[in-house]
Design a protein around this ligand. Structure first.
Ligand code: NFE
Ligand code: MG
Length: 571
């Protein structure tokens, strides 16, 4: 007989996610993903000035702090046919790269590592042996026996006090933890160092965008003027500081993050065959080297892969209502009576909760069970995110992607098929961080080159005056948010927002099944996963965290009644 377990809330994510899983003979036989919070951002936007939308939508999320503002200004620029100056493209790209490096490192250490790293086991580490391992995998200077023995003392005091604080609910000692104590200790050291580092890299956003999170954007360019000798502008000193921060970030990624990833992975190679899920991948692409409007010169190419077939990349048209649609067969929304799937330009956000009255044990998953809508591309459920991007880059034959992917497969001595997995997803995030660290510096050098050549333009304000706009316009803006393909669709009528829809990466991945019963990425990836202890479903956390969930982004108000019962305690 199968037993249903409920993990709610899933922690170490952004927002509120509930997973229900049926388990039989130690394996997951069915899985359901439910977003239990809802926001009304799309409704808030209606009737507002399109030039202000970026400031509202940025507040969708405090984790992917910039991406919604970016997609928003692009949607307006698309609708009004505004081309922005090269420097604004470069600043947006540098901010994009900064965001990735910050988000991916924080995800790896603070949101995902504890699924693989046993904090309590680290106490048994030998500092000298730890130092030897650390020095064998990286040139990172903080690696002496003394450094690790100090850390061990601090950690010991903490654990002995019995006050584990944020670490209190971990499944420490769970048999699925496989790392030797010394590798656990290295990971703990870098967990703490990454906390320090992450507050540095975001300064790039404060320099170009005035603040972080939620830096300022501008329809038509960026709101940061260049003035090399001007104390109140982006001057020579500020620019040099950005360069230093990007260099430091590259070093942290290459000397800390990646060596740790490669030191941990060999103990978990079985996860190269678990958690693959759909095998369909979607990327809109981004990071134009010839501007956003020329997708052929994107650093992250666009495309779709179906059924793990890397020999064919399918083109994606975000404007076509035959391609991208959102369904609500299992979502707590209402559509007009005759509508099934809606393209985002025609999208509706009318919330109607029909689930059980809390507290309850289980959702009725034969009915509606989530505040996420279900997006589909040509009817297909698609995975988005680092793995999708890396696979699209790899399958497009791009040398930079091939170099990082092939060398990693070789180092870990695993076949390419291992990419389609929980381990593949987690590795892909690291691999694209290597690329992005380089690209950030490339964009930086170009920006400095342009400024040296006398081009300091940062905005095109030709169409800032609404009197110059057509009576009706619609546009789409996209980016590759850290968690995957992100699109904003806007309809402008009489200078105001008539409709606005966001289709967000975590909506693709975490959505409920569609009207045909097809699962989305989270649900599909949990199928057949072995569960050693139903009371401590660490394995569910591993796969779900490998997607880096953000439910704040994925649903568009907290439900005042939506307080859920926690069935399984998780860290
Ligand atoms: Ni709130 Fe987001 C990202 C966006 S999530 S984190 O990355 O867009 O799906
Ligand atoms: Mg939406």
């Amino acid at each position: 007989m199968s037993q249903r377990i409920v993990v709610d809330p899933i922690t170490r994510i952004e927002g509120h996610l509930r997973v229900e899983a049926d388990i039989q003979n130690g394996k997951i036989t069915d899985a359901f993903s439910s977003g239990t919070m809802v926001r009304g951002i799309e409704k808030i936007l209606r009737g507002r000035d399109p030039r202000d939308a970026w400031a509202f939508v940025g507040r969708v999320c405090g984790v992917c702090t910039t991406v919604h503002s970016l997609a928003s200004v692009r949607s307006v620029e698309d609708a009004l046919d505004i081309t922005i100056p090269p420097n604004a493209e470069l600043v947006r790209n540098i901010m994009f790269c900064t965001q990735y490096m910050h988000d991916h490192v924080v995800h790896f250490y603070h949101l995902h590592a504890l699924d693989w790293v046993d904090i309590v086991s680290a106490l048994k580490a030998d500092p000298k042996k730890t130092s030897e391992i650390a020095q064998s995998i990286s040139n990172w200077p903080k690696s002496s026996p003394g450094y690790f023995s100090d850390l061990l003392k601090r950690l010991g005091t903490y654990v002995e006090s019995g006050q584990l604080g944020i670490f209190a609910n971990g499944y420490w000692g769970h048999p699925a933890y496989k790392l030797p104590p010394e590798v656990n200790l290295i990971a703990v050291a870098h967990y703490l160092e990454a906390l320090e580092w992450q507050k540095e890299i975001v300064k790039v956003h404060t320099i170009f965008g005035g603040k972080n999170p939620h830096p300022n954007y501008l329809v038509g360019g960026m709101a940061c003027s260049i003035g090399l000798d001007d104390v109140s502008a982006i001057n020579a000193e500020r620019l040099a500081y950005v360069g230093q921060l990007l260099e430091d970030a590259k070093e942290f990624i290459n000397q800390v993050y990646i060596p740790d990833l490669l030191a941990i992975a060999p103990y978990y190679l079985d996860w190269g065959a678990i958690g693959g899920g759909l095998g369909n991948y979607l990327a809109y692409g981004d990071l134009g080297t010839n501007g956003y409007r020329d997708p052929s010169a994107y650093k992250f190419p666009a495309g779709a892969i179906l059924d793990k077939d890397l020999s064919k990349i399918h083109e994606v048209d975000m404007r076509s209502d035959a391609e991208i649609q959102e369904f609500i067969d299992h979502s707590w929304y209402e559509y007009p009576a005759d509508a099934k799937g809606l393209h985002p330009w025609k999208g509706e956000t009318d919330i109607k909760y029909t689930g059980p009255k809390p507290p309850f044990d289980h959702l009725d998953t034969t009915q509606k069970y989530s505040y996420l809508k279900t997006p589909r591309w040509k009817g297909h459920a698609m995975e988005v995110g680092p793995l999708a991007r890396v696979l699209v880059g790899y399958a497009s034959g791009r040398e930079d992607f091939k170099a990082v992917v092939d060398s990693t497969l070789q180092k870990l001595n695993v076949p390419a098929a291992a990419l389609f997995s929980t381990l593949g997803r987690t590795a892909a995030r690291g691999l694209e961080s290597i690329l992005v660290a380089d690209w950030g510096l490339e964009f930086y050098d170009k920006l400095i080159g342009n400024i040296r050549n006398g081009d300091t333009r940062m905005a095109n304000m030709d169409k800032f005056d609404p009197a110059k706009w057509p009576a009706k316009a619609q546009g789409v803006g996209h980016t590759e948010a850290p968690r995957g393909a992100l699109g904003h669709w806007i309809v402008i009528e009489d200078q105001k927002i008539a409709n606005y829809q966001l289709v967000v990466p975590t909506t693709w991945n975490a959505s409920p099944r569609d009207g045909e019963g097809k699962q989305s990425a989270y649900e599909s990836s949990l199928m057949n996963t072995p569960i050693a202890d139903e009371q401590q479903p660490l394995e569910i956390l591993r796969t779900i965290h490998s997607f880096d969930p953000c439910l704040a982004c994925a649903v568009h108000l907290y439900d005042e009644e939506g307080k859920q019962v926690s069935r399984v305690k998780v860290l």
